[in-house]
Design a protein around this ligand. Structure first.
Ligand SMILES: [Zn+2]
Length: 426
């Protein structure tokens, strides 16, 4: 709660619209009274549930993976498990939060906030190694992810061979919270007039060009039929559509929109922003022999492109702050500390601490341990104290806010020791 408020305050400070109704004067009391949800922060009585204020400066990169194999033979679609795991770890190390697809869409709708720098992981085409190899690695990190399935490629389908995922495996993934979405029926170029392959019931395949009503019927089966089959076989709601090879046009988009897809995805990687059009969300397709694609994607949201406005909010809980957020100390001379080692590479000269009532204070920063600390030397008079620690990491400003309380009675006693004896509020 306090964390969310901190984000709201940052957004307000940056002057984004929609924040004006939050008076800055409410800061102290609200921080001390973490009430339920943002509704408590809205001064006007809300008849409808108040929408959270989302951070419109957040950015997300979406990755697309295919097969996980020990020995790469088709580098365009394969990656080794160690290489994949290293990339997942790198996201964590860089402070990029892996979020689920539905959270990304909820953020785009303005319904839910997301951290400033996020990644969404998607697995395409429905390979068995995604279930057997990719999923366990994702579990290790606790990352959510999305499967984009072309239905005829599932085991038993016209194109589903021995390496294909089974419906039972997909059901298992569904039961464990994996997001399953559509990637057509037969994975082909969806534009009219292109060569397509048709498989007859007996397995005989013919190449042909479809036009007019025949094409429209085929397109329906690819775009709509795929969604219906996934929804019916798995009892799920499908609202995302990954376009094979990223090949589509306005007509294909129109058909997909009418089918009820909320978002469409291509393979042209780009950071997704609050205003990115939902019918062409680019994903970075990761290939074994092109590690630069991953490195570049990560860099895209690692550096600020939006000028002074880009500040990444870091949760105080991740910095092992002392005193902790919401804690009450029994001294008016607390030692204030935070550990920045989890934030990423910190530029030592950039570390700054602000303390309410004091302003910028002279901190000591130990680059070895990442510890920033300040011993308060003049008695603090307020019941609560807000600390803002900021630093530059990889060219981007990161910031953490937290608030602790000061027990007035204990603080009024003669200061015998500067060390706090904290009591947890909850
Ligand atoms: Zn595909």
């Amino acid at each position: 709660m306090v964390h969310r408020l901190a984000i709201i305050l940052i957004i307000c400070a940056l002057g984004f619209g929609g924040c004006k109704k939050f008076g800055h004067g409410a800061k102290e009391t609200q921080l001390l009274n973490p009430g339920p949800s943002s509704a408590a922060l809205t001064p006007t009585p809300a008849l409808t549930p108040a929408k959270p204020v989302v951070d419109q400066t957040a950015q997300t990169i979406i990755f697309c993976y295919h097969r996980f194999v020990d020995k790469v033979r088709y580098p365009g679609t394969e990656i080794t498990p160690p290489a994949f795991e290293a990339e997942m770890k790198e996201l964590k190390d860089r402070g990029i939060t892996v979020i689920g697809m539905q959270d990304l869409l909820a953020w785009k709708r303005g319904d839910k906030n997301i951290p400033p720098r996020c990644a969404v992981i998607t697995f395409d085409d429905g390979w068995k190694s995604q279930y057997e190899v990719g999923w366990p690695i994702m579990k290790k990190f606790g990352y959510p992810f999305t499967m984009f399935i072309y239905t005829e490629g599932v085991r038993g389908g016209q194109l589903g061979g021995g390496e294909a995922i089974t419906w039972e495996q997909l059901a298992d993934m569904r039961d464990n919270g994996v997001d399953i979405e559509a990637h057509t029926a037969t994975h082909q170029d969806l534009r009219e007039g292109h060569n397509i392959m048709l498989a007859a019931a007996g397995g005989k395949r013919t190449k042909t060009k479809l036009v007019g009503p025949e094409y429209e019927q085929w397109l329906q089966s690819e775009v709509v039929g795929c969604k219906q089959l996934l929804e019916q076989r798995l009892g799920i709601k499908v609202n995302c559509f990954a376009v094979p090879f990223g090949s589509y046009n306005e007509h294909v988009k129109e058909v997909a929109r009418k089918a009820g897809y909320e978002a469409m995805f291509t393979v042209y990687g780009q950071p997704i922003t609050f205003t990115s059009p939902l019918d062409s969300l680019g994903r970075y397709a990761i290939e074994a022999n092109k590690p630069k694609v991953f490195a570049d994607a990560v860099k895209m949201i690692g550096t600020s492109s939006g000028g002074a406005a880009a500040v990444a909010e870091v949760g105080a809980a991740n910095l092992s702050t002392q005193p902790a957020d919401g804690e009450t100390v029994r001294t008016a001379l607390p030692l204030i500390k935070a550990n920045l080692s989890g934030v990423g590479a910190i530029e030592p000269g950039s570390v700054q601490m602000r303390v309410s009532g004091l302003g910028v204070v002279p901190v000591s920063y130990d680059p070895k341990t990442g510890t920033v600390s300040y011993q308060v030397t003049q008695k603090m008079r307020e019941k609560s104290c807000t600390v803002i620690v900021s630093a530059k990491s990889e060219g981007k400003k990161v910031e953490a806010h937290w608030t602790f309380g000061i027990d007035q009675n204990a603080a009024a006693a003669p200061a015998t020791s500067a060390s706090p004896s904290p009591t947890k509020k909850k």
